[in-house]
Design a protein around this ligand. Structure first.
Ligand code: MTE
Ligand code: HPA
Ligand code: MOS
Length: 776
């Protein structure tokens, strides 16, 4: 084939292509770890959990366990050949299995290995453990009262003169807001399958967002080097942050058993044990003091962010840091001082969850905005607008980074118009005036979210691209797929770079053997980082192919043009497959590794100053709700969203992320309630008592739009922006709308101050309190 008979291979970037596994997800043919063909001689492991919130372990008797049918053995801390530690940040405060003390109800104490999973599980319940009780505290207030032990050093952010700002402010308010935690409720629970190899080798299939960390932990626990451990993950059935560190335990236990008995081993806890034994979103109690004026402009903010960290540090340092980084949401504070308290509690160690502390930080900001609005009898939207970051002035954050890409004004103005906010608010007010029992509320809330890992070194990625001599391609990179569409986005980048169809590209499962030393797929950075790394690998191969084509077709390299389906070399069109074949015959290398590091960012935690975020993602939402003031029950009637993903890599995937993020955020803020009883036991550990949103909870009117005009001001891949986490926070408008509906019972003169989750009970109690206070 020659001349310009360009085959029909279309650009794939920026188009709404389906998720690569979408058909497999819905037809049940996508392979998860529990679907894999089981190796011969597979052993099964089951956890034994602590039944005390804080106690010394006096003794453990496994005689009945060992005698039970099918039991191969029991593993405790004493069986760990290497370091009995799986703390993710070298804090050395999280044992794989505890030695002498348990720190929370449900802490994994030992693991039973048996021929079948059922046998292992039954035998685990036969163990007898003697404890000596120790004092315990399970929540933020109890931990503060007990002396406020922290699991990791706190952060302080400060800018401006807070004392002077408070003193000069004509108005002042103080308060406290409680923001609840959240279970990840990934559909596929935690799981690992370890297969022993020769010498020290072990291969671990882990449902993890962080294969390289699993590799480090397995090596550490076994006392071997990293090169002996290979970690593979084709896909997760959801992670949401719950598999950033929480998969370490399962992978290490499976590997430990596999090496001890030289047989493959699988571990998969039941849902209630998964919910009991793995960390969740941190709940926070934020005490605040705000100075403001009659126009609603904030002069000074001071706040302390107490968080239930659980028994170890895990990611509580960076999570509480990110809460402070979002103490401003989209608002400029002339003077501000905020401090974190990652508190030791006798509960499971809390961890990453979509937004990573940011949502909690923003909820507190929206609380004082609302307080100001009710104190001044204004629409909270006016208070929000009065405090937005400026574009040229009033644009420095509490961490001294200047906001240079602010588009909150345009996003909010467009949504206000497209959602018909003003007319609908007027309609809600008049509806409420004439409706004694049912009350409506409406609210518009903005979101600004910082993109980059605040652990600066995490902002790097690698890729490995092989072109085979028939023109087909293997794509590997360090990112993991958890349903968010990372794999298809990076494949689109590669297809676009080579001008081939997606069919030419095989997306390889993630493996530490393909790309080393990777970061967690987290902080919404997956496509920013891995997209660039894959592009870099493609660039190198293309450079070699262009040089090869120029030589072969005797033209200048500048005359070799990359066109859909292949290259145009002078007046010869060479299909990509032919080009690959001839490159091979001419001994041209057809494989490359790519690499990317995010430019510009830096952060000094000690001084609380720096440029931790490469850019910001923006969005806004309007929610309208109806409450029943006699029962507290409510419906979310309509939601409108305008969200900024820069130039979308894949609008179909991005809209899905926005819809899913919003609904997950709505669950967090409305129905998902975690309850620990007075014995320190988590009581909401199954779908019977822990209520995530259902398909029927999706608002009947749900308008989701991308800010199509937005282009990342930084040269990210395709000028896109990260999308994974920011939309979760759009659900704050549901809380604010519920608040308005509750406020209506006292003629909008008293701030409802609803804590989250705003369950129907809280709505009812809020209505009752406001009615009481209004009567005087
Ligand atoms: N979407 C799905 N379907 N499943 C998930 O587990 N995790 C979220 C988000 N969207 C998640 C998801 C979280 S917490 C993050 S950090 C990002 O996806 C991670 O992927 P990304 O960086 O590729 O966006
Ligand atoms: N976000 C998510 N995960 C992380 C981060 C972060 O900022 N830092 C370390 N792990
Ligand atoms: Mo997402 S909480 O950064 O895994």
């Amino acid at each position: 084939m020659n001349k310009l008979e360009t085959p029909i291979v279309l650009a794939t970037l920026h188009t709404g292509i389906k998720h690569d596994s979408g058909a497999k997800h819905v037809s049940g043919t996508a392979e998860y770890i529990d679907d894999m063909v089981e190796p011969a001689g597979l052993m099964h492991a089951y956890l034994g959990l602590s039944t005390k919130p804080h106690a010394e372990i006096v003794g453990m008797d496994f005689s009945a366990t060992r005698a039970a049918p099918g039991v191969i053995g029991v593993l405790t801390a004493a069986d760990v050949p290497g370091d009995n530690d799986i703390s993710s940040n070298h804090s050395h405060d999280e044992p794989l299995l505890p030695v002498d003390t348990v720190h929370f109800w449900g802490q994994p104490l030992f693991v039973v290995i048996a021929e079948t999973r059922d046998q292992a599980r039954r035998a685990a319940h036969l163990a007898k453990v003697d404890y000596k009780d120790l004092p315990f505290a399970t929540d933020v207030r109890a931990a503060q009262a007990a002396g406020g032990t922290l699991v990791t050093p706190p952060l302080k952010l400060e800018r401006g003169d807070v004392a002077a700002g408070m003193a000069a402010a004509p108005r002042r308010l103080k308060g406290c807001v409680e923001i609840g935690g959240q279970d990840h409720f990934y559909l596929e629970g935690q799981i690992a399958l370890a297969v022993p190899g020769e010498d020290e080798d072990v291969t671990v299939f882990s449902s993890t967002q962080h294969p390289s960390e699993v590799q480090v932990m397995v090596a550490q626990v076994l006392g071997i080097r990293l090169h002996a451990v290979t970690v593979n993950v084709r896909r997760m059935g959801g992670g949401f942050g719950g598999k950033e560190t929480q998969s370490n335990l399962f992978a290490c236990l499976a590997a430990l058993a596999a090496k001890k008995w030289n047989r493959a081993c699988k571990i998969r806890p039941d849902r209630d044990d998964d919910m009991t034994a793995t960390g969740k979103r941190h709940d926070f109690v934020v005490d605040y003091d705000v100075g403001y004026d009659d126009t609603g402009k904030i002069h000074a903010v001071e706040a302390v962010y107490g968080a239930r960290a659980g028994f170890s540090s895990d990611l509580s340092g960076p999570v509480t840091d990110r809460a402070l980084f979002h103490a401003d949401n989209a608002y400029w504070y002339p003077a501000v001082r905020v401090r974190s308290e990652p508190l030791y509690t006798n509960t499971v160690s809390n961890t990453a969850f979509r937004g990573f502390g940011g949502p909690q930080g923003m909820m507190a900001a929206e609380r004082w905005i609302e307080d100001i609005a009710y104190a001044l009898a204004k629409d909270p939207l006016d208070i929000r607008k009065a405090n937005f970051y400026g574009t040229d002035t009033d644009n420095v954050t509490p961490y001294h980074q200047t906001v240079t890409d602010n588009i909150v004004h345009r996003v909010v103005d467009e949504l206000e118009a497209s959602s018909d906010y003003q007319a609908r608010r007027a309609a809600v007010l008049s509806y409420n005036a004439g409706s004694p029992i049912l009350k409506k509320g409406i609210a518009l809330v903005p979101v600004k979210f910082g993109i980059s890992f605040t652990a600066t070194w995490y902002n790097q990625a690698g890729a490995l691209v092989h072109v085979y001599k028939d023109g087909s391609i293997h794509l590997s990179h360090g990112g993991t797929e958890m349903g968010q569409g990372l794999y298809i986005k990076v494949a689109q980048v590669l297809a676009d770079a080579f001008g081939v169809g997606l069919g030419a590209i095989k997306i390889m499962g993630t493996s530490t053997g393909k790309v080393p030393n990777t970061s967690a797929t987290a902080a919404s950075s997956g496509s920013d980082l891995n997209g660039m790394a894959a592009w870099d690998a493609a660039r190198q191969i293309k450079e070699r192919l262009v040089a090869h084509a120029a030589k072969l077709y005797q033209c200048d390299e500048a005359a070799v043009l990359w066109v859909p389906g292949g290259v145009q070399a002078g007046d010869t069109f060479v299909p990509f497959s032919e080009l690959a074949a001839s490159a091979y015959m001419n001994r041209v290398q057809l494989s490359a590794t790519g690499f990317y590091q995010v430019p510009k960012i830096h952060w000094d935690r000690a001084t609380g100053r720096g440029h931790p975020f490469y850019y910001f993602a923006y969005g806004a939402s309007v929610s309208e709700v109806t409450i029943d003031t006699l029962s507290g029950e409510y419906t979310v009637d309509r939601v409108d969203i305008l969200h900024d993903v820069g130039r979308s890599l894949n609008p179909a995937i991005d809209i899905g992320q926005i819809e899913g993020g919003f609904i997950q955020g709505m669950g967090w803020l409305t129905t998902e309630e975690l309850v620990w009883d007075d014995k320190g036991q988590l009581r909401t550990k199954a779908p019977s008592t822990y209520k995530i949103p259902l398909a029927s909870d999706v608002p009947p009117i749900f308008n989701v739009k991308l800010a199509e005009w937005s282009v990342n001001t930084e040269p990210t891949i395709g000028r896109s922006k990260a999308v994974g986490e920011p939309p979760l926070m759009l659900a704050m408008s549901v809380v604010e709308a519920l608040s308005m509906a509750v406020a209506s019972v006292a003629d909008y003169t008293i701030a409802p101050r609803l804590n989250t989750p705003v369950t129907p009970e809280r709505v009812l109690m809020g209505c009752e309190r406001l009615k009481r206070e209004a009567r005087g």
